[in-house]
Design a protein around this ligand. Structure first.
Ligand code: ATP
Ligand code: MG
Length: 230
């Protein structure tokens, strides 16, 4: 069991191979203090998703270690790890059901009021309220009731409701209109506040807003610093 996390994360000499002999990470050292946001950038295949896959324990490190508040993540149950590490993936997951259910998926015992509060906090409430049946509007997994930007806001509301100490975000690359883009930036600030976060960032505004930018290249950390330093 992982005690309620503060959210200090340390990668120590992490090597990872999906296939024997091919290193996707070549000895990564990275120290992230609780509450810090890290933007992961780098070319395709540089290791960004791998970092996230390991932190969520979709795979175990080949060698080295990853610790959260000093606890090796291999020593904690997957349940307790996943209850403290929230993920918002690029291909924002919307299932067939009402918008309310989609948001409540973050915390199944949340009340209607809590669902709405979360939606308001990430500025999703206004567009939801305008839908034919509001929060009870039925959406489809692959349907087009919602735009990409709206899907993203709903996934933010869901993550906010789950309230994990550590948040992982694979930012959507889909083009969205300027107004939604601004909303997403605002929502992101709300969502990241007080959490340790790793963001695979595609938008310059997101990269600028991060406390630290980690530049990956061929499985190695090339540079690290804030936007003014890089
Ligand atoms: P992108 O920007 O394209 O998402 P990335 O920085 O996330 O790239 P990774 O997915 O971490 O890159 O990939 C790092 C290396 O590991 C690459 O060489 C990639 O080909 C390899 N790799 C990634 N996933 C797998 C997998 N499931 N099986 C085998 N090799 C993989
Ligand atoms: Mg990737």
């Amino acid at each position: 069991e992982l005690p309620p996390a503060k959210g200090d994360i340390r990668f120590e000499n992490v090597v990872f191979e999906y296939e024997p002999g091919r290193r996707a990470l070549k000895g990564l050292n990275l120290d992230v203090s609780a509450g810090q946001s890290i933007a992961l950038v780098g070319h395709t295949g540089s290791g960004k998703s791998t970092i996230i896959n390991l932190l969520c324990r979709f795979y175990d490190v080949t060698s080295g270690s990853i610790t959260i508040d000093g606890h090796d993540i291999r020593d904690v149950s997957l349940n307790s790890l996943r209850s403290q590490v929230g993920i918002v993936l690029q291909d924002t997951f919307i299932f067939s059901g009402t918008i309310r259910d989609n948001i409540r998926f973050g915390r199944l015992n949340a009340t209607d009021e809590e669902v709405e509060q979360a939606a308001k906090a990430v500025r999703a409430h206004d567009f939801i309220a305008k839908l034919p049946s509001g929060y009870d509007t039925e959406v489809q997994e692959r349907g087009n009731v919602l735009s990409m930007g709206q899907r993203q806001l709903i996934s933010f509301a869901r993550a906010l409701l789950a309230d994990p100490r550590i948040l992982i975000l694979d930012e959507a690359t889909a083009s969205i209109d300027t107004e939604t883009e601004l909303k997403i930036q605002e929502a992101l600030k709300t969502l990241l506040k007080g959490r340790t976060s790793f963001i695979i960032a595609h938008r310059l505004s997101t990269i600028r807003g991060a406390d630290n930018i980690v530049v990956m290249d061929h499985g190695e950390l090339m540079e690290m610093g804030d936007h003014s330093q890089l």
